[in-house]
Ligand binder design. Structure first.
Ligand code: PLP
Length: 471
């Protein structure tokens, strides 16, 4: 009769003495290691109970190797670097805008040391942290003053609350949008305590509709850029200049939520009708709101630019304390804004602008080179470069299409879904698209220095033994 296999299992203490575990003790808490050893031993016991043969897998050395692997996997960071091969430049799920190298460095320096966040270095007196961005936003937009909060949703809430609480704000029905899940204008309005007064219809709103809705309790007229959809066909909307003229006649504020924060004319990238903050201010808007991490290409933020008095009132609102930016974001935002003082440096150094501006011929060349490299990877069945269409923004500007180049891939032993999943779980993680039996990698959003790690990541997942690893 064979010996009882359970009796041959090592004890927890025996595994703890294995050299691999001794090395782990320097990195991980003892209790975590003991728990992982118990889990591994339990796993082996279960397999033995199920009648499995586990020859050679149950000695202390093997168990300790599996414990090392288990802890490495369980305790790896939840937030990991991702190579964005979706072609979506502003991908909300991938952190929207990658910031400029200089902006990232400013955030890093701000994070690891002290800085004059709320200190005037000339006088030694306390100042506002908003001074770090105020002047730059004013120079870039022509506004009298400016301030910043956590995102444009917060900017909308605080502006409406500070300036329009308990009063009516008139908005066209054609602009009552939802942006990315939970940002719905009527709900934001309700949260702020302002009263939404809708006018016009979905496709047609005229100046007269606004005019007739004005009453003793009206505080503002508001325009909202329909960033993520377009109404076409039989349509009419009110130009900002007309809204401003109406507002002046009735002594009402005009608020313009332009959404994406374009600082320069985006028709150079083939997008028509993208509002520019400076134009809104020039047209007479009292307050312009936009995001920091959409077309501006900076960190997540909401910027408010406009009349000095309104900005002061917003900064005095108690929500300011809850919505204000932290030192790292402020540092990155200031650096991003300063890049725009010279359009050439913005186009060169702000990644969003660089990615959107890459010429199609260059993308074609990169896609063809990548396809050639990937064809040589064992485990890859096919790799071809083709022209394609991508979208600029996942949740932010989903209707803006762009021509691009992609590499379509198939693997010998993996279907496209398994292939995509393994790439997502790899190191570095790679996020592509899956389409008609193929994995699609868009080169527009892959940085040149990521090509090597990308090729390696693909090589390692197509050659992975499908039963290996705990993933
Ligand atoms: C994106 C967007 C918002 C929300 O901005 P966040 O910075 O994502 O909070 C608000 N309004 C418009 C018009 C937008 O496009």
């Amino acid at each position: 009769m064979a010996a009882n296999p359970f009796r041959n299992l090592p004890s927890v203490n025996a595994v703890l003495e294995a050299p691999a575990i001794q090395a782990l003790e320097r990195e991980h808490a003892h209790e975590l290691i003991v728990a992982a050893i118990r889990q591994e031993l339990d796993g082996v016991r279960q397999r033995l109970s199920a009648g499995e043969a586990i020859d050679g897998e149950a000695d202390a050395g093997m168990i300790s190797a599996r414990v090392v692997e288990r802890l490495r996997h369980e305790l790896r960071p939840k937030l990991r670097r991702v190579i964005n091969a979706t072609g979506i430049v502003l991908h909300t799920n991938l952190g929207r805008a990658p910031v400029a190298e200089e902006a990232a460095r400013a955030a890093y320096e701000a994070a690891r040391g002290y800085l004059n966040l709320e200190l005037d270095l000339a006088t030694g007196e306390r100042t506002s942290r908003q001074d770090a961005i105020r002047e730059w936003v004013c120079r870039l937009t022509g506004a009298e003053s400016a301030t910043a909060v956590n995102n444009n949703a917060a900017a909308t809430v605080i502006a409406l609350r500070a300036l329009c609480h308990g009063q009516e704000v008139i908005i066209s029905r054609g602009q009552l949008i939802e942006i990315g899940g939970s940002f719905r204008i009527p709900e934001i309005m309700a949260v702020s305590g302002a009263i939404l007064r809708e006018v016009g219809t979905t496709n047609i709103t005229r100046l007269g509709d606004f005019e007739r809705a004005i009453g003793p309790n009206t505080a503002a007229l508001m325009q909202i850029h329909t960033s993520n959809y377009r109404i076409s066909g039989f349509t009419e909307s009110v130009p900002l200049a007309d809204l401003v003229a109406l507002g002046r006649r009735h002594n009402l504020k005009v608020i313009d939520d332009i959404g994406s924060g374009a600082m320069l004319d985006f028709s150079r990238f083939g997008f028509e009708g993208e509002p520019v903050a400076r134009d809104s201010i020039a047209a007479g808007a009292d307050l312009v709101l936009f995001s920091g991490d959409k077309l501006l290409g900076g960190p997540q933020a909401g910027i408010l630019a406009g009349k000095r008095d309104w900005i002061k009132r917003i900064e005095k609102d108690p929500l300011m304390r809850a919505f204000r930016l932290d030192k790292m974001t402020l540092a990155a935002l200031e650096t991003t804004l300063r890049l725009y003082l010279n359009e050439e440096s913005a186009l060169r150094d702000v990644p969003v602008l660089r990615l959107l501006g890459t010429p199609l011929g260059e993308l074609q060349q990169r896609a063809e080179e990548l396809a050639v490299r990937l064809r040589d990877v064992p485990g890859i069945a096919s790799a071809s470069a083709i022209a394609d269409i991508a979208y600029v923004g996942g949740g932010s500007l989903p209707d803006q299409k762009m021509s691009t180049w992609v590499v379509e891939l198939t693997a010998r032993d993996l279907d496209e879904t398994a292939f995509a999943r393994r790439l997502r779980l790899g190191d570095p993680a790679v996020m592509g698209r899956v389409r008609e039996g193929k994995l699609v990698l868009d080169v527009r959003t892959i940085f040149p220095e990521q090509i090597e790690p990308l090729v390696r990541a693909i090589g390692s997942v197509v050659n992975q033994n499908s039963t290996s690893g705990v993933i």
